[in-house]
Design a protein around this ligand. Structure first.
Ligand code: CA2
Length: 150
């Protein structure tokens, strides 16, 4: 059976494509899901794609990915990136590689966006590639899975 990559989207990302196109582009979250499924298909991986505006739901999804020994997690945690110790601790608690993704270059924006609580516990971080970053993250996770012996 195909291994699963969880793609977890945080608060307000349900609004993607409807506002602030100069920062986040015009793709909707449904477009991002399609993009992720295409990338996963190339690597014979399955996708579990979710969005939540609630921190605890994201923590629960990370635990679920850990319990199911997922191939990886792509986390686009939105503003929780800058505030959530709970998401950070959940990532640190599971033995699943996590790639942090940001659509915009958070380091070229306001100072409060420069700090990520997730980056220190993530395998890798991608930011500034627009929504293409999601597919790049899946490619990266697929490479890790292929290299892993068990
Ligand atoms: O660049 C990113 O991916 C962010 O994670 C997006 C977050 C922001 O708080 C982070 O600092 C950087 C915001 C997600 C909300 O996305 C919207 C998209 C369109 C319209 C409204 C919100």
């Amino acid at each position: 059976m195909a291994k699963t990559v969880y793609v977890l989207n945080g608060p307000n990302l349900n609004l993607l494509g409807t506002r602030e196109p100069e920062t986040y582009g015009r793709a909707t979250l449904a477009d991002v899901e399609k993009l992720c499924r295409k990338a996963a298909d190339r690597h014979k991986l399955a996708i579990d794609f979710r969005q939540s505006n609630h921190e605890g739901e994201i923590v629960d999804a990370i635990h679920q990915a850990g319990a199911e020994k997922a191939a990886g997690i792509v986390v686009s945690a939105g503003a929780f990136t800058h505030t959530s110790i709970a998401i950070r601790d959940a990532i640190a608690a599971v033995e699943v590689p996590v790639v942090e993704v940001h659509i915009s270059n958070i380091f070229a924006r306001e100072r409060f966006r420069h700090r990520s609580h997730i980056a220190p516990v993530a395998k890798a971080t991608l930011c500034g590639f627009g929504v293409a970053g999601y597919a790049l993250a899946i490619d990266g996770l697929a490479g890790l899975t292929a290299r892993r012996k068990v």
